[in-house]
Write a protein that binds this ligand. Sequence first.
Ligand SMILES: Cc1ncc(COP(=O)(O)O)c(C=O)c1O
Length: 393
Amino acid sequence: MKTSTMKRSYLSETAKKLKPSGIRKFFDLASQMEGVISLGVGEPDFVTPWHVCEASLDSLERGYTGYTSNAGLLELRTEIVKYLQGKFNLTYDAEDEVIVTVGASQAIDVALRAILDSGDEVLVVEPCFVAYSASVSLAGGVPVAVPTSAESEFKLLPEQLEQKITEKTKAIILCFPNNPTGTTMSEQELDNVADIVKKHDLLVLTDEIYAELSYNEEHVSIARFNGMKERTIYISGFSKAFAMTGWRLGYAAGPAEIIQAMLKIHQYTIMCAPTMAQYGALEALKTGMDDVNEMVKSYRQRRNFLVKSFQEIGLDCHLPGGAFYVFPSIKKTGLTSEQFAERLLHEEKVAVVPGNVFGEGGEGHIRCSYATSLSELQEAMNRIGRFTRKYAV
Ligand SMILES: Cc1ncc(COP(=O)(O)O)c(C=O)c1O
């Protein structure tokens, strides 16, 4: 028998405390079953448009296989700046106010590591993307949940925000259109939030990776309001709108001082984002908007179908303004969100994500992604309808 010579655990306290993502648990379960329709995934069902792939292949043929500059190809940063100006009226300097990252995920991580000292509080508007609180903790900060509720369609209300601000609060993470609720905020609603942010001298990390997937109104960025650009780190990426999840390409734009601090961390850890992916992204920005518009048309149709279907089977579901998720209430079934998701998976083979994994306020809801074909969505809704009838909905 082997005797272990280890006398202690080598894991850090931070790593030990980190909770595994609740989404994974359902994916793992669903992947072991046959015939499951998954409304669980947060990635487009479209493949990356071929001309984008070709541009990347072309870069390989030309021998562009080395590192790029740490901040990313200047040509790509320039194109990002043009895009942000043209689409959202945001003005940045490609030289020192933009950094190309390994997905929006890495932008969130380096941004938090660049701004947080141990014990700094960061407000996290819940329900939200599962990585925010974990990334704050990994950067030494303390995540503080600001719960939103179904009654206000999960919009961030100024009074909810104000209640959670203390003298330790340094920043707030916003995400509109939101994952998991699909909620968007109007210009006036965002302006009200901006006023509080300025009053308390906070920094904003705004994750606008779903900006292109806005179905009702033009997307507005909080970075656009008076006095906000200097206190906002704008984060986005190519995964969702351009159907490029596997390319791992994102970016951040913001005040030079912060972006340059992020660059230091990035250059010691990642060096640069993948070169061939950067060439693909360049092509996507230059000539890919027609593809995005086609995908958005399809998502809008699927969103309308899903919301109508949930309402028809008797579950409350608000019409989300963006992203590719609906977040219906399952309270009428009397089940918790975990019970609902587990039983639905076992009894009807439909995978959805329980709302509680996205934080307080998510309980009583499920997240259903409509980044799945309309015919699959139709079949999934037949099954969900059959399932909820058992619970007398
Ligand atoms: C709100 C939000 N931000 C960031 C990401 C990660 O994006 P990326 O693939 O660019 O790292 C996701 C992925 O689901 C997301 O939903």
